[in-house]
Design a protein around this ligand. Structure first.
Ligand code: ATP
Ligand code: MG
Length: 483
């Protein structure tokens, strides 16, 4: 298949095609639970891969790993192939790369604290506005002092350093509330307990590694194994948002290319907008709007389209709407809203159809060659070519082991950054203090302020073995000398 072909995704009274050069105008896959969203996502992902477009998607339920192997032996799928008259339909396995934030089952995916930035980190850390202001200060002070923030221990050491030296920083940076520093540190601990420490560090994910094709020219399907990550919904959503913004920053402007550079599927997309600050919501809207010109299509997958922020929803040109329930008033609003967004087709009663659609059936409207939505069609989404049966842990492991990427992200690197530098500085200060204390002891001077702020912050913030040893050394010589 070449890039100019269209992508057949559904068949009803008419065929529904997605135009590759409109695929960067984003899309929506919506519908109640069990109505066929994930299969529709899969059919799109397979189609993009076939046309050489790499794809990134998250597997929230563990039902997408089978994309790597050909389907077959599923009676329902066979029935659908026959019903849709898909002659020459072939089962296919796709080139898959597995990623895992926790590094347990897929290639570890990491970023650095400074690449994530204070705005996104604030959300992950559940910080309020005041606290997130202080976090931004911590970043600035680190920058101004040439201290790298790579992993969580860098950030923890840096926050402690800023908190302990708040008075010193007050003149230049303004008030640093100790309560806010405390909150940042507590939340950093929670994040670490959830395994977040594994996600921050080096080697950081290089976006080029997501943009690969296989020997047959098919785009790789990058699958983020996210069934554990989704249990921290904010981290999940913020992580994917970060990934999008990194892609945005790395890719050159291309306008509307004949086919997208990459397609990104955002599953459980409603999580993106759950209690976000207005600053972040604006950023989300912006990233989604601007990434189009980098040739990246973003497809949001969600149960209820009303859960997406309006300015984002308005940008989703290619739509697959599966069945919605209409039990509650809110459901009914969703049905009306979904119906209103479609360009009418006299042959389709949208409000009626939307609650009656069978599994794998949908109301669809794609953008035409001019970027205007086609009239809505009611149609059956194609069956997937790959297997619906999830892979076993061993099968996943084998794919990870055989991947060309294997070995690179698996090794962590811990280069000198804020933590190490602050530790060094604290150790030097502590050593100096120890010497001074010893000489004062010799001179029988009264002891004042034995521990400077730096030495104290070294002891409890960094908690390093050597730091403690030095402090113990001072105390030892001090009390020891008295005895
Ligand atoms: N296009 C299709 N062709 C054939 N079978 C389909 C199709 N779409 C869905 N099905 C069948 O319906 C089942 C449920 O679909 P799917 O997992 O996509 O639902 P979902 O909307 O993602 O559900 P959930 O909200 O629980 O994630 C599939 O496992 C498959 O058996
Ligand atoms: Mg699903």
């Amino acid at each position: 298949m070449n890039g100019m072909d269209t992508l057949l995704i559904a068949r009803g009274t008419k065929e529904v095609h997605l135009l590759p050069r409109m695929a960067n105008r984003h899309g929506l896959i919506a519908g109640a639970t069990g109505t066929g969203k994930t299969v529709s996502l899969r059919v799109l992902a397979e189609g993009f891969s076939d046309m050489g477009v790499p794809v990134f998607l998250s597997d929230v339920k563990g039902d997408l790993t089978g994309v790597a192997v050909p389907g077959g032996g599923n009676k329902k799928i066979e029935e659908r192939i026959a019903a849709l008259g898909l002659e020459g339909f072939q089962y296919e396995g796709y080139p898959v790369v597995f990623w895992d934030v926790f590094g347990e089952r897929g290639h570890p995916v990491r970023t650095t604290v400074s690449e994530m930035g204070p705005l996104l980190l604030s959300r992950i850390l559940n910080l309020n506005d005041t606290q997130s202001g202080v976090l931004s200060l911590v970043f600035r002070i680190a920058d101004d002092n040439g201290l790298l923030l790579l992993d969580l221990k860098d950030l923890r050491a840096m926050a402690a350093f800023v908190g302990d030296n708040a008075d010193r920083f007050k003149v230049e940076y303004g008030n640093v509330s100790r309560a806010s520093v405390g909150a940042i540190q507590r939340n950093l601990l929670v994040l670490e307990e959830q395994g977040g420490d594994r996600f921050f560090g080096e080697p950081a994910l290089s976006m080029e590694d997501l943009l690969q094709t296989d020997s047959r020219g098919r785009g790789t399907i990058n699958i983020l194994l996210a069934d554990r990550l989704i249990r921290s919904p904010k981290v999940y959503a913020t992580f994917l948002l970060w990934l999008l913004s990194e892609l945005f920053e790395m890719l050159p402007e291309v306008g509307d290319p004949p086919k997208p550079k990459m397609v990104f599927f955002f599953d459980e997309a409603h999580l993106l907008f759950e209690d976000v600050s207005s600053a972040l919501e604006e950023k989300i809207e912006q990233v989604v709007r601007l990434i189009r010109s980098k040739g990246v299509g973003v497809y949001f997958v969600t149960q209820n389209p009303l859960d997406l922020a309006d300015p984002v929803l308005g940008q989703l040109g290619n739509r697959v709407q599966h069945a919605l329930r209409a039990f509650t008033p809110r459901d009914q609003r969703a049905v009306r809203a979904a119906a209103e967004t479609f360009r009418p087709n006299p042959a389709v009663n949208v409000t009626e159809a939307i609650t009656e659609l069978a599994v794998g059936e949908a109301l669809l409207s794609m953008l035409d060659g001019k970027g205007a939505p086609e009239p809505v069609e009611r149609a059956f989404v194609l069956p997937p070519r790959s297997s619906l049966t999830p892979l076993s842990p061993e099968e996943i492991r084998a794919i990870v082991r055989d991947s060309v990427l294997h070995g690179f992200y698996e090794k962590t690197v811990d280069r000198e950054s804020a933590y190490e530098k602050l530790k060094e500085r604290a150790e030097a200060t502590a050593r100096q203090e120890a010497e001074e204390a010893a000489s004062r002891a010799r001179a029988k001077e009264p002891k004042r302020d034995l521990f400077s702020a730096a030495a104290k912050s070294a002891a409890h913030a960094i908690g390093s073995q050597i730091g403690r040893q030095i402090i113990r050394g001072i105390l030892g010589s001090f009390f020891g000398g008295k005895k």
